[in-house]
Design a binder for this molecule. Structure first.
Ligand code: HEC
Ligand code: HEC
Length: 153
């Protein structure tokens, strides 16, 4: 299945330990507050998908969260941030020097997905690249395994 070995290797180097082992059992860290609070508007994105600096920046600006207000009380947000930092990706930071807030704009995401036809990103059933569940059947459980991808037909 490694049709793009160079890209896969690049992705593994960027997020070591996350998908190098096959993806299925690698992003399953969970925390009840994170599941409910960060899973009410979209998938509760697994902490392994971004480095700690990105999670800190996201959690520090929840009142201005991609055009919406996702504020939490200090105790809940501290609990969630500790969980995200502990399980974050240990990959290289982005070369821009600024923490990347979007998973979908990281280099590893873009190289993993550069073969996905442009029309699919715009498909009404997908709407946004952040809608992982539209294509990854196991994403609710943190699995993005290449054997469990079902593209909208
Ligand atoms: C009130 C709704 C709401 C809540 C609650 C919420 N988010 Fe979001 N989040 C959004 C919206 C809207 C977007 C932008 C989606 C898009 O552009 O497709 C987003 C995007 C994101 C992205 C970037 C996705 C990408 O494009 O790669 C991350 C990461 C994220 N949220 C993390 C969190 C975390 C962590 C929490 C919990 C602390 C949280 N969100 C809670 C509404 C919410
Ligand atoms: C429009 C469909 C689509 C969406 C939406 C999508 N993906 Fe994917 N994803 C794919 C396809 C197709 C592949 C396989 C690419 C290939 O091998 O050419 C893939 C591959 C991956 C891989 C590598 C899997 C492996 O076993 O090598 C990861 C990790 C991944 N996606 C994560 C995500 C995350 C996280 C999101 C949401 C933020 C997401 N994807 C959104 C279609 C999608």
């Amino acid at each position: 299945m490694n049709r793009y070995p160079a890209l896969l290797i690049a992705a593994m180097l960027t997020i070591p330990g996350a998908y190098a082992s096959g993806g299925s059992e690698s992003a399953t860290a969970s925390n009840p507050k994170w599941r409910t609070e960060c899973g009410s508007c979209h998938l509760s994105f697994p902490p392994k998908l971004l480095p700690a600096a990105s999670w800190r920046a996201l959690m520090g600006s929840l009142d201005k969260h991609f055009g919406t207000d996702a504020s939490l009380d200090a105790a809940t947000s501290g609990n969630i941030l500790a969980f995200l930092e502990k399980n974050a990706s240990r990959g290289q930071p982005e070369t821009t020097g600024k923490p990347q807030l979007r998973i979908t704009q990281t280099r590893w995401f873009q190289s993993e997905h550069d073969e996905v036809p442009a029309r699919l990103w715009k498909d009404p059933r997908v709407k946004t690249p952040a809608n992982c569940a539209a294509c990854h059947a196991g994403s609710e459980n943190g699995s993005f395994n290449e054997h469990n991808i079902h593209l909208p037909k």
